[in-house]
Design a protein around this ligand. Structure first.
Ligand code: CA
Length: 235
């Protein structure tokens, strides 16, 4: 099966480098150096992942990311040269899954692309796991929280939450394991599909953002509870 990756980058050298590395991984790279042309392709091509530079001619990477999120939930990785942009990228509204600051190591970029693709495919291309899927529910609905894997929507007390695909995957995994305590390590390996390293704050940071979106009280969260020294649980 072809994996289509959208690469929007107007610096030729960087775009060439990305293309070489990703093509080497067997990915089908669709390159654009102009935001407007990239936007057209978003509407016509079924991408599995997008890599977006921020400063682009005509339409910038922020806008592209938002336009992708209006209709799709494939992973988006932003490329930025400016530290100031990171707040916006990791903010609540944009919906990017990861970012790389320039200059970056192409091997690290490749690793992140592969990790996002693994996660995305695990949660979305369910035909590979039909036996498992048929016995697993497509949605959970409890205590005011409704989460649906079919359409990737999540509602809290009837109000839709705008979750990034990563946040969705975390919440889904916790719901699947409702009543059990899930360690940071297990969560990381399940959602990111990578080995967990010690002192990894990634899980904590994402849980924090998820709780923020759910309007959870830091001291007494209603849904995602912290079990100190062990992990997280939804009761
Ligand atoms: Ca640029």
């Amino acid at each position: 099966m072809t994996t289509n990756v959208l690469v929007v980058e107007d610096e030729m050298e960087i775009a060439n480098l990305i293309e070489v590395y990703l093509t080497n991984e067997g990915l089908n790279v669709h390159r654009y150096s102009n935001g407007k042309e990239a936007l057209k392709s978003i509407q016509t091509t079924a991408f599995d992942l997008a890599l977006l530079d921020i400063m682009l001619p005509e339409i910038d990477g922020f806008t592209l990311c938002q336009r992708i999120r209006e209709n799709y939930h494939y992973p988006v990785i932003m490329l930025t040269a400016k530290i100031e942009d990171i707040d916006k990228i990791t903010g609540l509204t944009l919906g990017a899954d990861d970012y790389m600051t320039k200059p970056f190591n192409p091997l690290e970029l490749t690793a992140r692309v592969k990790a996002q693709l693994r996660r995305y495919k695990r949660y979305n291309h369910t035909e590979e796991n039909e036996n498992i899927e048929s016995t697993n529910p497509e949605f959970y609905d409890f205590a005011g929280l409704y989460i649906n894997k079919d359409n990737h929507k999540c509602f809290l007390y009837g109000k839709e939450l705008s979750l990034t695909p990563l946040e969705f995957s975390i919440l889904w995994y916790l719901c699947e394991n409702k009543g059990k305590v899930v360690s940071s390590e297990e969560l990381f390996e399940a959602v990111w599909g990578e080995n967990y390293l010690d002192n990894n704050n990634t899980v904590m940071a994402h849980i924090g953002r998820l709780r923020e979106k759910m309007n959870e009280k830091a001291r007494n969260p209603k849904f995602i509870k912290t079990v100190w020294g062990v992990g997280y649980t939804i009761e």
